[in-house]
Design a protein around this ligand. Sequence first.
Ligand SMILES: [Fe+2]
Ligand SMILES: [Fe+2]
Ligand SMILES: [Fe+2]
Ligand SMILES: [Fe+2]
Length: 440
Amino acid sequence: MTFNPLKEKGMPLEKQLRNWHQIAGKPYNKTEVDCYTRTRQILMNGIEVEAWGFKHQLARYLEDNDDKIKLAQIGRIENTQQMTCNWMGPADQTVLETTLGYEQVAVDLTAWLAQNEPDEYVKEVFDFGLLEDFDHLYRYSQFAYAKEGIEPSSIVQGQTDVITGRPTQHHHNCNGLRKRKHYDKATASPQTKVNILTVLSGEQQTHNFYAEHGFMYGDHILRETYAEIKDVEEEHVTMYESLIDPTESMWEKLLIHEFTEVCNYYTCMEDEQDERIKKLWEIFLDMELNHLQTASELFKKYENREPEEVIGDGIIIPCRFKSQKAYVQKVLEAEAGKRLAPEGGFYKSTEELPDDWASYSVQSRLCELSAPSENAIHIGGLYNDRDIVEAKKELLDKQTDILKNGLQRKSVASNTVMPEELESMIKKHESKNKNKEKLI
Ligand SMILES: [Fe+2]
Ligand SMILES: [Fe+2]
Ligand SMILES: [Fe+2]
Ligand SMILES: [Fe+2]
């Protein structure tokens, strides 16, 4: 029999308040933690931030005093869950290390979602976003190595490749083009609704993390890179939220929010290998089942409809973290040169773009001095002769072609590392390595 969250009572709300010791919790050890425990921790923080923020938005539109209090009581619990999730990150995990963790979340989560998304149109949006976060992971890896001597493998643990994707300088678009077509709330599957809210919450929190931490290194080029990539995360929030049917009521949205929390904690609990953290996911799931009950009651009261009409009667698996290298490589080889079409919510290749494509002027203005994300490669080259990459040889051998395919013909920043330059960096690195072997 499948698990039906609507049939579960969960932990009574009055038992959900924990003491400060429990709320502040205990951090994991950054050198021992499994990379997918870290991605779950990062994602669940984002899910809780969204759950908390949404309740405050809803409360601001709500007149009924009793329901306002109910929302505030649950919101307080979301607030404590958020702290426990986020503060599981240890104090000695640097901002750049955490950043690599955030981009690993984006890559491996979006790839999983794309393969488990029933709506073909939504799947294509996931694939499109995937290649951008994949490139961010590569850009930040250059700085992690240059600034702190961190090899990306110490964070992604060989589960996620680090190599050029769709070049970041080309992720900046005219806002209107980022807007996608939205699903129809009457026909969309619960999986689609949960998938979108999950990735949206993750992207929003990535944006927030860069907003709050991007200035912390003082290095001008790194500051600018955080600013540049933060702006792309802003576009990702715009893109993913535009997939949601805007005619869903606030109560319908509340229901989907609590259901999304339930589904994510359920998956975390199933997948977690760390016994202490697994127990925490289990407790939080129990809390969310109770929140879902309240959301269902409010939905029935205000909408006079059954919650099953919106979220179905089974659990959804939205965040199964595992290595997605083969799938990402497939998308990478096919879609690095894909761009947002001028109209209709579709796509075009770089060759098909009209001369007056609206994103050209945005990109030209933003990168008129230089593209910080391109400086990342120059800096990586400075410290290592070539850029910092991690992938099997078969994929690395295709890097120059992938870059060639990913670059546009127009609005290319003046400091761009062109394929020929990358090729010569790679050759220089290889020849130095050969000499090293001879010396040994
Ligand atoms: Fe929560
Ligand atoms: Fe990203
Ligand atoms: Fe993103
Ligand atoms: Fe909740």
